[in-house]
Each structure stands twice: as structure tokens, then as C-alpha cells.
Design a protein around this ligand. Sequence first.
Ligand SMILES: C[S@@+](CC[C@H](N)C(=O)[O-])C[C@H]1O[C@@H](n2cnc3c(N)ncnc32)[C@H](O)[C@@H]1O
Length: 214
Amino acid sequence: MSTLSFQTNFNKEHLSQYYKFHSKIYDATRWLFLFGRKGIIKHLKTENIQPNIILEVGCGTGKNLIHLTKQFPKAIIIGMDLSDNMLDIAKEKLKDEPCVFLLNQPFNQEDFLFKGKIDLIVFSYVLTMNKDYNHLIAEVKKTLKKDGHIAIVDFHDSKINIFKKWMQFNHVIMNDELLKSIKNNFQTQSIKIRKGIFPFWSYFSYIGKITLND
Ligand SMILES: C[S@@+](CC[C@H](N)C(=O)[O-])C[C@H]1O[C@@H](n2cnc3c(N)ncnc32)[C@H](O)[C@@H]1O
């Protein structure tokens, strides 16, 4: 058994196990609380971002990949995920898209073929699942082109501790440290912090680019 040198909030086996069941109900349930996913992809257009090569880390069942193919029909789009159950669903949805490539791996592979060549990296509800998100942010800087962009949508914070505990049980660590770290690492183009339809938590959408000294 191989050991991964990155850290999600739980180990890979635990996370894969979680998605073995949750992949089956993912698309039917997550629209209820994973807000801002379609919005951030639309917002890339407003920000005048026109990528040729896009990577979505933690693409899951491929919902965002579909929106990305529609918005950027000429782009090469790579979807990466460590859960093969989630990717199986994405594969089925995207089988007729010749420019989409799916990779079953975590985002820290030294030998990732497109290192330094990606124009846009998308993280949609992934970073809060990775305790060591600063490691992933460092990987982003190695993977993006010099003028590359990052687009992130994720949980921001909640004032209700019992809700945070429930989210932790579901592999999500929710606090405002993540957004602070992102702002420290990228040149911000746009930030929106919003509440979902339930008042328990807020989520953020962030678009930024690599800073000149990276
Ligand atoms: C909450 S789902 C989000 C899926 C999709 N991005 C969306 O917005 O619907 C999180 C996904 O990220 C994947 N994931 C979490 N950490 C990852 C990592 N470090 N590398 C690759 N995939 C990861 C999980 O396996 C899961 O499929």
C-alpha cells in the first residue's frame, strides 16, 4: 500500500470510502448547499479570462467540467480527482467531450505532465477538505503559467459551532483562515462572500492571479 505525501482532512482511504457512497447521491443532493459553482465559472468571463489549458482539482462528478466546456469550447480541460467513484460519474457525463481528460490522482504529483503550463486552476469545494491547503496552494504556483489564474469557490465560515462540527464529520474544515491564506498568496481580482439560502454559513468566490514575484 502506498502512502500519499499530502493531507486531506482524513486519509485517502477514508475519503474514498466516503465518496463510494456519497458519489451515488452527490448530484441529487449537493445543489442544495454547494452554492456559487456555476456563478464562478460565469464570472471568469466578466473578468476577461480566456484560458487555453484548464485544470479542475477535485472535479468530482464533473458538473463544473461541463460548464467549463460550454464556456471555453476551445480549451483543453483536465479534471483531477482522487476518488475513482466520483470520476466514474464524470466519465459518463463527459464521454462525448474530446477535449476533456480525467486523471485519478491527488494534486501533488511531482511528475504532473502539465506543470507550469496551466492557464487556469479551479478549486470548487475542495480546499476546505484539505487540512494542508497551504501545500496545495504552493503546488498551484508551480503548476500555473506565469500569468495564470486561480478560481476558488468554497465554504467560508459559520458562527454555529454545532454546524461546524457536523461539517467536520463530513470532512470539511470551515474557518476564515483559508481565504486569508489565499489572499496572501495571490493577486486578488475578485472576492465575493455570500450567504447561502440557509443562514448557517457563508461561502466565498475568489478569482486571482499569480503574483509577479512568484
Ligand atoms: C465536495 S467534492 C467537490 C466536487 C466538485 N468540485 C464540485 O464542485 O461539485 C470534493 C472532491 O474533491 C476531491 N479531492 C479532495 N481533495 C483532493 C486532492 N487533494 N486532490 C484531488 N482530489 C481531491 C474529492 O475526492 C471529491 O471528489
